[in-house]
Design a protein around this ligand. Structure first.
Ligand code: ZN
Length: 548
């Protein structure tokens, strides 16, 4: 029995089946599923005239940090713009400090030293926020700066410390500057975490409200429950609470941080060497909340120049970055997770880290063959030509972020130098090698609205207007496919979502115009008119009579 039929629409189905139609003009919904395309005559239920608006499968952000984004909405915004210099950053911190009691935390996020001329400095932060605890996260999430009060809490006021997989930066006299890289961020985490579940649930609900306005119907949270990305060891419970309260808003897939996996004591013959309690793993859950891959960090950030490269970074400082753990330990973790039935999603940005992960996936598949494991490489940022073919041969899903070109592109071009520009954030060569490309933002690292990411996958320009490896640009159709069907594939969910066909979940976004029919410059400015999840309008701009 039909509940809702959208008529007079420009439906882009994203259905890859060659016998399926690429377009339709009406879609019928029964319950939470698509019932039919172009039903004739329309069935019972409501009929809504979309007056030519474009309908796509709802956008699926294949790599985001939903809690981190929700939390960032209440932190000091240090991104550029609005913050144009270190002095402006210190002024923003001073303003927040005025309304913060002594001893309490001033938390900011989103700064990029490439745009400010350097990292913030502990002494300047002490002057801006006297007696407060200041914690400022880099836009990459891979490093942060703290002031002297926090350094004193950590016993790092006068001298640094050696930390595997991280660094406490010091000046030429050996005095900490306040900059903590990679796993050194766990030190701050030990002071502030775990956050209470109620706070995390609020962050999820705040994020969900924003996502629905932007046409997102599904997202993949790229790491919970352990390591420096986690806010609490019981983060999954915050998602469950949000769902119980009817505030989850969008369908969520949760990656478990590798630090949350542990030996299980299963029967030797089971091969379950690493997992979560009770043996639950990738795929557990339902259409609204399910467990995805295990998230493993191989290396760090490109704009922060901590990612592990084969050759030196360009310009001042040089260096080749570093791995987040010993190479053998990382490979053993990947192989154990693979053997235990997990989909593996490894963060690898530098070409050296990518080789390490490809080696580990190769060994895992050789030693413990498994059908269609769909292992992923998150970001897949600096990729040599030979690495494309290797990854494709292993069935790896690369997960790059289109929006990085605009917001981080200038810093990336500077970090690798012209000889390696053609290796940066590939897209087209990945499709040509037969790989499936998902769409993702890594929000809150950059702005997460899918239309921004889609536009950037096509336009490939940095904030300063420089071309960003333009040979890797793709078409609007390919970018839309990535953000729908591609992301569904990366989540092993392409049989229920990512395209508009009978039997699929009725997750749809309605746009003011067709992104494939406007100039590339206009894509980012299109309007989301409605977002439907499970057959129900959950965002409605009020453009159509009778929709809500
Ligand atoms: Zn991420």
């Amino acid at each position: 029995m039909t509940d809702l039929t959208l008529v007079n629409a420009n439906v882009l189905t994203m259905d890859p089946d060659s016998s399926a139609r690429p377009r339709a003009s009406a879609v019928a919904i029964a319950g939470d599923r698509i019932e039919a395309l172009d039903p004739d005559p329309p069935g019972s239920g409501r009929v809504v005239d979309l007056r030519g608006a474009t309908v796509l499968p709802g956008f699926h952000d294949a790599h985001n940090h939903m809690i981190g984004f929700g939390m960032s909405l209440s932190e000091v915004d240090l991104s550029s713009p609005p913050v144009g210099s270190l002095d402006e950053l210190y002024a923003a911190i001073a303003r927040r400090a005025e309304t913060t009691d002594r001893g309490q935390w001033v938390v900011g996020a989103g700064y990029d030293q490439n745009k400010l001329g350097g990292h913030p400095d502990r002494d300047a932060l002490d002057r801006a926020a006297p007696g407060r605890r200041v914690w400022l996260r880099h836009t990459s999430g891979h490093m942060c700066v703290v002031n002297s009060v926090v350094l004193a809490d950590l016993g790092l006021e006068e001298a640094g410390a050696d930390l595997p997989g991280g660094r406490v930066a010091t000046d030429s006299d050996g005095r900490p500057t306040g900059l903590l890289e990679e796993r050194a961020q766990l030190l701050v985490g030990s002071l502030v975490y775990p956050y209470p579940l109620a706070e995390l649930t609020e962050a999820i609900a705040r994020a969900a409200g924003q996502y629905l306005k932007e046409g997102v119907t599904s997202c993949t949270e790229a790491g919970i429950g352990g390591g420096w990305v986690a806010h609490s060891p019981v983060e999954l419970a915050a998602y469950q609470a949000a769902r119980d309260q009817g505030r989850l808003g969008v369908r969520v897939e949760l990656m478990a941080a590798r630090e949350a996996l542990h030996p299980l004591g299963a029967h030797e013959g089971d091969g379950l060497v690493a997992g979560l309690d009770l043996g639950i793993r990738t795929g557990f859950g339902d259409d609204w909340l399910r467990l995805g891959a295990v998230k493993i960090f191989a290396d760090g950030s490109l704009v922060g120049r901590t990612a592990a490269m084969h050759d030196d970074y360009s310009g001042d400082g040089g260096g080749r970055g570093y791995l987040q753990a010993d190479a053998d330990e990382l490979q053993a973790a990947i192989i154990a997770a693979h053997r235990s039935g997990w989909q593996v999603a490894t963060h690898a940005i530098g070409d050296r880290a990518i080789d390490l992960v490809l080696d580990a996936y190769t060994r895992a598949l050789a030693e413990y063959p498994r059908r269609d494991p769909r292992h992923r490489i998150e970001h897949f940022a600096v990729v040599q030509p030979g690495q494309v073919a290797r990854a494709a041969g292993l069935g790896v899903i690369p997960v790059p972020q289109g929006r990085f070109a605009t917001e981080l592109g200038d810093g990336m071009l500077a970090a690798v130098g012209p000889d390696r520009h053609a290796w940066l954030y590939r897209q087209r060569s990945l499709l040509e090698a037969g790989m499936v490309l998902p769409g993702s933002s890594d929000r809150p690292v950059v702005a997460g609205a899918p239309l921004l990411g889609i536009a950037d996958m096509v336009n490939r320009r940095t904030a300063s207007g420089a071309p960003f490896n333009p040979g890797e640009a793709i078409t609007a159709q390919q970018a839309l496919y990535a953000w729908t069907r591609g992301s569904a594939y990366a989540s092993r969910q392409e049989h229920v979502k990512g395209s508009i066909a009978p039997g699929m979940l009725a997750d749809l976004v309605v746009l003011s115009e067709d992104p494939t029919a406007v100039s590339a410059e206009r894509i980012a400015g299109l309007t989301v008119l409605a977002t439907i999840v499970g057959g129900l309008p959950r965002y409605d701009a009020g453009a159509f009579d009778g929709l809500s």
